[in-house]
Design a protein around this ligand. Structure first.
Ligand code: NAD
Ligand code: WQD
Length: 343
């Protein structure tokens, strides 16, 4: 029996793969490499000393995915595969709806066909839209402010309907807050294509000299220093939550939702200052206008995950900053190998 990890070549999926292998699970990774690099698969093997099958397969290719289900005996699926860039989702919404929703429907349909009914799904704190207050718990009203967020909301609804139709499903909807950091080895990490959308990869690219300075989007929010506040969570803590969720599903039928966050909010300036101090690296920045769609403050109430899963985040902001920087310095071009041309 093995765990199917969709999107396992990506940022969070590759860290989950390492954690699963380290814990003794067998895994199979499916990824179309649309936002990742095969090198991450090599690194997961290198870090764990374990082999596993990898399929470059698109979840939209139902026939190929079906063949993978026929060739393996899966006990559960961790479903990370999806497109995740908020701005891009506004520009090309149909691609986001098609990829994220149709991909998930194909996956669930094949899971049902092959009687694999245990699913851990990557949802997002984005499903809370503009929350009225913080900390945010799982019972807060749901809404979305962009097509990406709507795909997460729609998939959550689809999975709830799926459970209503067949109560033998076991589903965990994990709502991530702001994952940052990297494996402490510096061998795997976040590898954004082009200009990073998210704060931490932008900071590390400024620190290494790839970008001139960070634009801080707004310093007039009602927060302790005027900049946006988020619940940054170390990716290793995050993936440990997935293993706890898997164990929970072994014992419990049903569909359950869990916030995966630390419960503490730090501002953009807090993160810049922590990064600069722990890594002795100044981050040039300038204040610019707010980014449309951003909210002032977002952090989790993670009590449910602690009570029900026995999980809580352990790593602090300094570790997140240290590990993000190690990944960036050890891999200045991410997974792209620099080709040395001799003259
Ligand atoms: P990522 O882009 O690094 O990883 C996603 C992987 O899925 C990529 O390797 C990509 O190639 C693959 N993929 C996309 N569409 C596919 C398809 N149709 N078929 C097969 N593979 C496909 O992103 P990540 O940061 O690792 O995020 C993983 C999941 O967590 C995503 O679903 C994302 O929406 C969700 N999430 C991420 C964050 C975050 O801040 N990183 C926050 C909340 C939720
Ligand atoms: C964090 C803070 C920005 C970049 C996004 C998605 C969300 C989830 C996580 C997937 C904000 C500020 C950022 C920059 C800045 N992803 N910032 N300069 O917006 O909280 O959440 O990623 O589900 O759905 O929306 O994360 O890292 O983009 O921004 O000042 O160059 O950093 O304004 O306050 P966000 P982020």
């Amino acid at each position: 029996m093995s765990i199917l990890v969709t999107g396992g070549a990506g940022y969070i999926g590759s860290h989950a793969a390492v954690e699963l292998l380290k814990t003794g699970y067998d895994i199979v990774i499916v990824d179309n490499l649309s936002n990742s690099n095969f090198e991450s698969i090599n690194r997961v093997k290198e870090l764990t000393g374990k082999e596993f099958p990898f399929y470059k397969c698109d979840l939209l290719d139902r026939d190929e995915l079906n063949t993978i289900f026929e060739n393996h005996n899966f006990e559960a699926v961790m479903h990370f595969a999806g497109l995740k860039a908020v701005g891009e989702s506004v520009e090309i919404p149909l691609m986001y709806y098609h990829n994220n929703i149709t991909g998930t429907i194909n996956l669930c349909d094949l899971m049902a066909k092959h009687d694999v009914k245990k699913l851990v799904f990557s949802s997002s704190a984005t499903v809370y839209g503009h929350p009225d207050s913080v900390p945010i718990d799982e019972s807060f009203p749901l809404s979305a402010t962009n097509p990406y967020g709507r795909t997460k909301l729609m998939i959550e609804d689809i999975l709830r309907d799926l459970y209503i139709s067949d109560s033998t499903w076991r589903i965990a909807l994990l709502r991530y807050f702001n994952p940052i950091g990297a494996h402490e080895s510096g061998r795997i990490g976040e590898n954004p294509n082009g200009i990073p959308n998210n704060l931490m990869p932008y900071i590390t690219q400024v620190a290494i000299g790839k970008r001139e300075k960070l634009s801080v989007f707004g310093n007039d929010y009602e927060t302790h220093d005027g900049t946006g506040v988020r619940d940054f969570i170390h990716v290793i803590d995050l993936v440990k939550g997935h293993l706890k969720a898997l164990k929970f599903l072994d014992k419990n039928k049903g569909i359950e939702t869990f916030n995966l966050g630390t419960g503490t909010g730090y501002s953009v300036m807090d993160l810049i200052n922590a990064f600069s101090t722990i890594n002795s690296k100044a981050i040039p920045y300038q204040f610019v206008d707010r980014r449309p769609g951003d909210i002032a403050i977002c952090y989790a109430n993670p009590t449910k995950a602690e009570k029900v899963l026995g999980w809580r985040a352990e790593k602090d902001l300094n570790e997140m900053c240290k590990d993000s920087w190690k990944w960036q310095t050890d891999n200045p071009n991410g997974y792209e190998q620099k080709v040395l041309v001799q003259s």
